[in-house]
Design a protein around this ligand. Structure first.
Ligand SMILES: Nc1nc2c(ncn2[C@@H]2O[C@H](COP(=O)(O)OP(=O)(O)OP(=O)(O)O)[C@@H](O)[C@H]2O)c(=O)[nH]1
Ligand SMILES: [Mg+2]
Length: 695
């Protein structure tokens, strides 16, 4: 029958790298008896980091689903990656849940990446809970961590538990709703009276809780100001309403690896985050009814036709492809026939199961709001919608970002090209941030991703899963070319040989345009100097030449070309001849027009402990970077913002690691294009010459 939709909580666990998401999910699974032994990152046996590439590196590379039951509720968790290179996956998962748990380290507070995932959760309007983790670590501070989140994201955090002691003195939590202390032994909570030394702290914290909750409700506030404390019931309701409206964010604390503070977090997930039904009542789920060609509300109820969205795919060379999906309406039975609305293809569901990491638990029927998986679907890809064939609907998908960086790759052994191609297509299905194509001209295989580490890990997976080894060649920086001055030139193509000759002749004027303006072609031919039918040919010749580049083989952008004169021959002129003339004219005008190379600049934000700040800034300067500002974060970390040429940032993940003894983190996004300095231009031109010689 599926699980009662009001009793489901679909939650993504999000944060910057290393905050403890995977460890927290592990503790949750253990405490809810979904697993028998609690694994850890250090012993390499957590449920949700199961791919060898993540086990070896000790961080999550791709998202992983898990589920557990708590107080009669089904909690579906998605452990997401926090490392900058893998956030596209995180973004995809946030579209399949109704709430998020944001994990924040009590010692380091928020990191650059946490800001990113916080923003993604904002885009989906997700209610969230913050869990301040690693409370037992030296220098842990609950208060500073909470203030850091409030200051960084403008959120109003309401502590529901506060710590008893911090760092090595951390001995448990105080539940501010029940006004009890909770201590933990082997993950088992036991409630007691609040010890005298924490009494005042607890009273003050509870007072603040009530004030914040009252502030989010006018009636409650009025009563409170008149001296009446809200009832327990009013407080609980107020917290939930505020969380759903996103005026407040409940915050709890504990230790994932110490298995402390998990049960209050589970209680809060159930009491404060919405079920799929509550969420849909607040913000209806809409999809395109492709038959009626109209938008339609998808109600999360069992008596509706089946509809679902695929949010993750795992490529497995042996078991085949695993498709992980979220049901929005209807009851889905194994072996039922659906239509993949995105691809307009029929699809038969095989055996379905719930996933705890890689462990599969078979299930026969899956209801609205549930998350489940199925093996060996033929067509389905991440982002696809599937539905009852009689009621096809299409859910909206978020477009994944363009790759930051591309590398040419080649198989180590000749003849493996096809194997590389098929393997990569399978990996593309599981990783929305990966792009793969063959360069039309060179025939090279080009693999694009979020950074060098992303590509390296992909090639590792390719080897492990599909047994083919690949070399990474030079990275392809998306350089562009443009002109800096106006210039005119003639392109005259004349060929006489035996029979019919070739003749085309044109005069063009080039003018620079502002960045981002693109290409404009203006025809100013009057009096038939060039017959009308040949004018598009001139433009075609120019456009083709622009694709090939003027000085170092990169596409030309931001230029206006005016065709203003020319001549023709009544017999010898042809489209081909004018195309060549157009292309010749452009090449000839290039030196006078001061053709130049543009390079992509990225905006970088680096978080580093104070002691490495000098190293980080010095290194950014040596990379032709422009430091825009330095800001102090909580816990003594500094955040440096800079604009740096992308070409200098290719191996930054590794470099930052060694500059900061592994404690630095960064985010990077495309910013704009700038002219390259002369010495870099010379190198690029020389490299192109070299390439031509080799070809
Ligand atoms: N002392 C302490 N260490 C913790 C705690 N939680 C996690 N860790 C450690 O912190 C490191 C990172 O933990 P993970 O669970 O991998 O963190 P994550 O947020 O999943 O990291 P990514 O997958 O890289 O985004 C591991 O070495 C954990 O053992 C905690 O509560 N206390
Ligand atoms: Mg992880």
């Amino acid at each position: 029958m599926g699980i009662d939709v009001g009793k489901i909580r679909n939650i993504a666990v999000i944060a910057g790298g290393g905050a403890g998401k995977t460890s927290l999910v592990e503790a949750i699974l253990y405490d809810t008896k979904a697993i028998e032994r609690m694994g850890s990152i250090d012993t390499e046996n957590t449920t949700t980091d199961f791919e060898p590439e993540e086990i070896n590196r000790k961080f999550s590379i791709s998202s992983a689903p898990a589920f557990c039951d708590w107080n009669g509720h089904r909690i579906n968790l998605v452990d997401t990656p926090g490392f900058i290179n893998f956030l596209e996956d995180t973004k995809c998962c946030l579209g399949a849940v109704e709430g998020a748990v944001v994990v924040v380290g009590a010692r380091v507070g928020v990191k650059a990446e946490t800001g990113k995932v916080w923003q993604y959760a904002d885009q989906y309007n997700l209610p969230r809970i913050v869990f301040i983790n690693k409370m037992e670590k030296e220098n842990a501070s609950f208060q500073t961590a909470v203030e850091g989140v409030e200051k960084s994201y403008g959120a109003s955090l309401v502590p529901l538990t506060v710590p008893m002691g911090e760092g090595p003195a951390f001995s448990g939590v105080i539940d501010l709703l029940k006004m009890k202390s909770i201590t933990f032994r082997d993950g088992k909570p036991s409630e007691g009276e609040i010890p005298g030394e924490y009494k005042e702290f607890a009273d003050e914290s509870r007072k603040q809780l009530i004030e914040k909750v009252a502030e989010s409700d006018d009636d409650m506030l009025e009563k409170y100001l008149e001296g009446t404390d809200p009832t327990e019931d009013e407080i609980n309701k107020g917290i939930k309403t505020g969380t759903l409206a996103r005026t407040i964010v409940p915050v709890l604390c504990g230790s994932a690896t110490g298995n402390v503070g998990i049960q209050p977090l589970l209680d809060t997930i159930v009491s404060c985050l919405p079920s799929p039904a509550e969420s849909a009542a607040q913000t209806p789920v809409m999809a395109r009814d492709t038959k009626a060609d109209d938008d339609k509300e998808i109600k999360p109820s069992a008596d509706q036709p089946v509809s679902l969205k695929v949010f993750k795919t795992i490529a497995d060379p042996f078991a085949g492809k695993l498709t992980i999906f979220r049901v929005y309406s209807g009851i889905l039975k194994s072996d039922s026939n659906l239509i993949n609305t995105t691809r307009d293809r029929k699809e038969k569901m095989g055996n379905m199961f719930y996933l705890n990491g890689k462990k599969q638990v078979p299930v026969k029927e899956v209801g609205p709001g549930e998350i489940a998986a199925v093996a060996k679907l033929k067509e389905a890809q991440t982002g696809d919608s599937m539905s009852d064939p009689a009621n096809p609907v299409l859910f909206e998908v978020v477009k994944s970002a363009d790759p930051m960086i591309s590398y040419a790759i080649e198989p180590k052994s000749r003849g493996d090209e096809e194997k590389v191609g098929t393997g990569l297509y399978r990996l593309l299905e599981e990783d929305p941030a990966l792009k793969f194509h063959r360069d039309e001209e060179s025939g090279e295989m080009i693999l694009g991703g979020t950074g060098q580490m992303h590509i390296e890990i992909t090639l590792e997976k390719l080897k492990r899963k599909f047994g083919v080894e690949v070399n990474m060649k030079s990275p392809k920086i998306p350089y562009r070319e443009t002109i800096k001055k106006s210039a005119s030139a003639q392109g005259r193509y004349k060929k006489q040989s035996g029979g019919r000759g070739q003749f085309g002749d044109c005069w063009i004027k080039l003018e620079p345009q502002p960045r981002g303006a693109g290409f404009e072609f203006v025809n100013q031919i009057v009096g038939g100097a060039i017959p009308r039918q040949y004018i598009p040919a001139v433009e075609k010749g120019i456009v083709a030449k622009m694709k090939d580049g003027l000085i170092a083989g990169n596409p030309v952008v931001d230029m206006k070309v005016t065709l203003y004169d020319g001549s023709y021959h009544s017999v010898d002129s042809s489209e081909m001849a004018f195309k060549i003339a157009g292309s010749m004219a452009l090449q000839k005008a290039a030196p006078d027009a001061k053709a130049t190379i543009l390079e992509p600049i990225v905006k970088v934000e680096v978080n580093t402990p104070e002691e490495f700040l000098g190293n980080v800034i010095g290194d950014l300067n040596s990379k032709r970077g422009k430091v825009q500002g330095v800001e102090s974060l909580q816990g003594g970390d500094q955040q440096v913002s800079a604009l740096v040429p992308m070409a200098e940032m290719l191996t930054y993940a590794n470099q930052l690691n060694s500059l900061t003894s592994g404690q630095g983190m960064y985010t990077m996004e495309s910013s704009h294009y700038e002219e390259v300095p002369a010495h870099v231009a010379q190198q690029l031109i020389a490299a192109k010459e070299e390439e031509k010689k080799e070809a």
